[in-house]
Design a binder for this molecule. Structure first.
Ligand SMILES: Nc1ncnc2c1ncn2[C@@H]1O[C@H](COP(=O)(O)OP(=O)(O)OP(=O)(O)O)[C@@H](O)[C@H]1O
Length: 521
């Protein structure tokens, strides 16, 4: 079925503008979304994509401009009004209660007074009809990230929207879950619904989107048919110049290099009913190398990061060794003092305090390890040194911001990630452990972060990267291990690793079985 069958526009945006202080985040934006099309909204981190869709969903008030819905001017005052119009939004960060069932979570947002059994029946029927099967009685805490997203999507579809806004929906999905989502989106399009789709994954934009509007620095800089473009030409349109390819210089002499991070028989009982036990994990990361950890989300990667970083210390001190010394009993600061750096997956909360300025966040994370640089005699904080260091990081990582030293919450998602990664890289750590290094980061910045991680390793550090992005792992790793159900496979040297082998291990095949299945396939 073709998109935009009758050529009518469902949504027209004219001159929409949003100013934060001195920054014009959206600058006279014009946008048309036709009925029955999947329309991509592309742009670098901080280009203004989230700000624009927040105005369309009524969570931000525009300073000026006009929104037309089915040709009629509307003022979208709040999300309730947006939903009544027929605008639904699936957020990147889920807002579900873990201790409630899928149906209870849906009921909370519907507020239509229907009995829970009726809501559950409707949700089940809808989920099956759209090929996103969901058990409404399941407890959210027991579900994978992909299944949680299904609840968000079904919750949105139950309100029969005409326009569905998706903000980076696949960043948390496995390739198989993403395929399912694409089928659902194509089905919605064939029913005449419109989709506004934000993603930094340009290959998927090419695959499913009919048109794209490209933003740069808050302005519309172009429109295109993504299918007629290449990922590189789309990236060029977004960034304004070519994105450098990542180069992985050969890692020489690693076999004999010093082990800087050693994990020995690391096991952990589940801390909550929803967490995954870790089972006898062994891994060595040597000076000079990048080891990647692949895995379907929710297979223990979060628990592994907590244990390696010291967010949750172990009883067995020898289960984590940093630069040849036992570190298992230490917390995160103790391990940082031994020369390690950690970047958690969750940016706000764990990675940065949202209401604190970037320089304050820097002091918070580094006062213990860089006390002499940042804190003077008598405990006096050296504000100038902190400010200078935060500006150095901002410059090195090209963090785009609306004020010289803004609060973390005022940065776009990708720019905050760039700052957090940069803050740890700036210490030149001997051991760097990073969970989802480029989550929500645009193509140009992702290439920069990946190249910097390789550079850090080649300068003599040990780098461990946990990522759901297999392309990323293949681009930067010297060997890839797979986490499945709390167990870690032996790292496969990159020369021997293939997508198929890693994919089979991610699905739970025994390492030997994965080889066998491939040979006999
Ligand atoms: N509440 C706020 N206060 C001040 N500035 C803000 C606020 N929200 C966003 N900004 C600024 O507006 C600009 C646009 O941010 P926005 O979140 O819309 O970008 P984006 O294109 O969605 O980026 P990303 O791809 O990183 O999510 C950024 O420079 C950001 O720092």
């Amino acid at each position: 079925m073709s998109a935009n069958q009758d050529g009518a526009n469902l949504l027209e945006v004219r001159g929409l503008t949003k100013v934060f202080g001195t920054l014009t985040a959206c600058d006279h934006i014009d946008l048309d979304v036709a009925k029955g099309e999947i329309h991509a909204l592309l742009g670098e981190n901080g280009a203004g994509k989230s700000t624009l869709v927040k105005m369309l969903f009524g969570t931000l008030e525009p300073n000026s401009g006009e929104i037309l819905w089915n040709g009629q001017a509307v003022t979208i005052t709040d999300p309730g009004f947006a939903k009544k119009l027929g605008i639904g939004m699936v957020f990147q960060h889920f807002s579900l209660f873990e201790a409630l069932t899928a149906a209870e979570n849906i009921a909370l947002s519907l507020e239509d007074g229907s009995p829970i059994s009726a809501i559950a029946a409707k949700a089940r029927a809808l989920s099956y009809s759209y090929g996103l099967p969901l058990d409404p009685q399941s407890l959210v805490g027991d579900l994978s990230v992909g299944e949680r997203q299904r609840i968000e999507i079904i919750r949105c579809l139950l309100q029969t929207p005409q326009l569905i806004i998706l903000d980076e929906p696949t960043s948390v999905l496995t390739p198989q879950e993403a395929d399912k989502l694409f089928e659902t989106l194509e089905r919605l399009r064939s029913e005449g619904k419109s989709i506004l789709y934000i993603s930094h994954r340009l290959e998927e934009v090419k695959r499913i989107c009919d048109r794209a509007t490209v933003l740069r620095h808050g302005k519309v800089v172009g429109h295109c048919n993504p299918r007629a473009e290449t990922a590189a030409s789309l990236a060029r349109m977004m960034v304004g110049n070519d994105v450098q390819a990542v180069v992985r210089a050969p890692a020489e002499g690693i076999e004999t290099a010093q082990p800087l991070l050693e994990i020995r028989a690391l096991s952990r009982k589940p801390a909550t009913p929803f967490s995954i036990p870790l089972k006898n994990i062994n891994l060595t990361v040597r000076a000079g190398e990048v080891i990647g950890i692949a895995g379907v989300a929710g297979n223990g990667q979060g628990e592994f990061f907590e244990s390696v970083s010291g967010e949750v210390p172990q009883q067995d001190a020898a289960s984590v060794r940093i630069r040849g010394k036992d570190a298992g009993g230490l917390g995160i600061t103790g391990r940082r003092l031994m020369g390690a750096a950690f970047v958690p997956e969750e940016r706000l909360g764990h990675g940065a305090a949202p209401r604190m300025k970037l320089s304050e966040n820097l002091l918070l994370s580094r006062h213990a390890t860089d006390g002499k640089v940042f804190v003077g005699a008598g405990g006096m904080v050296k504000s100038d040194a902190i400010y200078a260091a935060s500006q150095r990081i901002i410059e090195a990582m090209d963090v785009r911001k609306s004020a010289p030293d803004p609060e973390a919450a005022a940065l776009s998602g990708g720019n905050l990630q760039k700052f957090i990664v940069g803050r740890e890289l700036d210490r030149r750590p001997d051991v760097m452990v990073v969970n989802q290094p480029t989550w929500g980061v645009d193509a140009g910045a992702a290439a920069h972060i990946r190249q910097t991680l390789i550079g850090l390793a080649r300068s003599g550090s040990a780098v461990l990267v946990i990522s759901q992005d297999l392309d990323e792992l293949f681009e930067i790793s010297d060997a890839i291990a797979v986490m499945h159900n709390g167990e870690l496979s032996k790292p496969l040297p990159i020369a021997e690793a293939t997508f198929e082998k890693i994919g089979l291990l991610m699905g739970g095949a025994e390492p030997g079985h994965a080889e066998h299945t491939l040979e006999t396939a």
